[in-house]
Design a protein. Structure first.
Length: 254
């Protein structure tokens, strides 16, 4: 069910165990191969897949997130972390006011994770039971097995997913160019004695990708998306099955 396509009377009839899914992405550079909206596209795809099962409702995607680390590349849009946090809190409160109290932030971008986690914590203190699903963290073993050399941003993992979701948006003719960039061979960030000393993509990637998108293929993308969607589905089922008193933080239990 899509919230924006429902009437208010239909929303009023949603059961108490209904789970709302809010995709959160970013509009930021993803190197020369992938579109700016990659993170939002993947988050929306996974949330939509989960919303087709059980008593679940899909919220409109928050397409812009915290992307300051990509600001040097044209087209990147960014808002401060506290604005993402506050908007997420406001949306959770709006849902809770109408007794939709179970909410999953389906996150597609790493820098959104901290403000969304803060929003979820605040909402749980107010008896709106919100949690953050960072999709890449749901399947670390799968990603590591598929790409043992590592991948971080605009590389093979996201390119594989986008070859399934929106293949026409993937600039396959630029893959060799991206593969030759220094960003294809380094992890995210630079570290000295365990201390991160470089933070922006432009500091360690000329083209913006941190990973090699030329290693991507659609079959791998289907595996990644299927397994992440299954994890999200299982989490939503768990969330729907929990009693309110179990989901409340201990300090607010009655």
């Amino acid at each position: 069910m899509e919230l924006a396509r429902m009437t208010w009377e239909e929303v009023a009839c949603l059961p108490p165990d209904c789970v709302a899914l809010l995709p959160v992405g970013a509009v930021e550079q993803h190197g020369p191969v992938l579109p700016l909206g990659t993170d939002a596209a993947i988050a929306s795809h996974l949330a939509r897949a989960a919303a087709t099962r059980g008593n679940r409702v899909l919220l409109p995607t928050l397409a812009v997130g915290v992307s300051h680390e990509h600001r040097q590349f044209p087209g990147t849009l960014s808002v401060p972390p506290d604005q993402v946090r506050d908007l997420a809190i406001s949306l959770g409160r709006s849902l809770a006011a109408h007794d939709v109290r179970r909410l999953v932030f389906v996150n597609g971008h790493g820098s959104n994770a901290a403000p969304l986690a803060e929003a979820a914590l605040r909402l749980r203190e107010e008896s709106a039971y919100a949690f953050v699903f960072n999709w890449w963290q749901s399947i670390p073993e799968t990603i590591a097995a598929l790409f043992p050399s590592g991948d971080a941003h605009g590389g093979a993992v996201e390119a594989s997913a986008m070859l399934v979701i929106d293949p026409e948006s993937v600039r396959t003719g630029r893959m060799a160019h991206a593969s030759a960039d220094r960003g294809a061979r380094v992890p995210w960030g630079e570290f000295v004695e365990g201390v991160q000393v470089a933070f922006d993509a432009a500091e360690f990637s000329d083209l913006g990708n941190v990973g090699d998108p030329s290693l991507a293929d659609a079959e791998t993308g289907k595996t990644i998306l299927r397994e992440a969607a299954e994890c999200l589905d299982r989490f939503c089922s768990w969330l729907a099955a929990q009693r309110d008193d179990v989901l409340r933080p201990p300090s607010s239990r009655r």
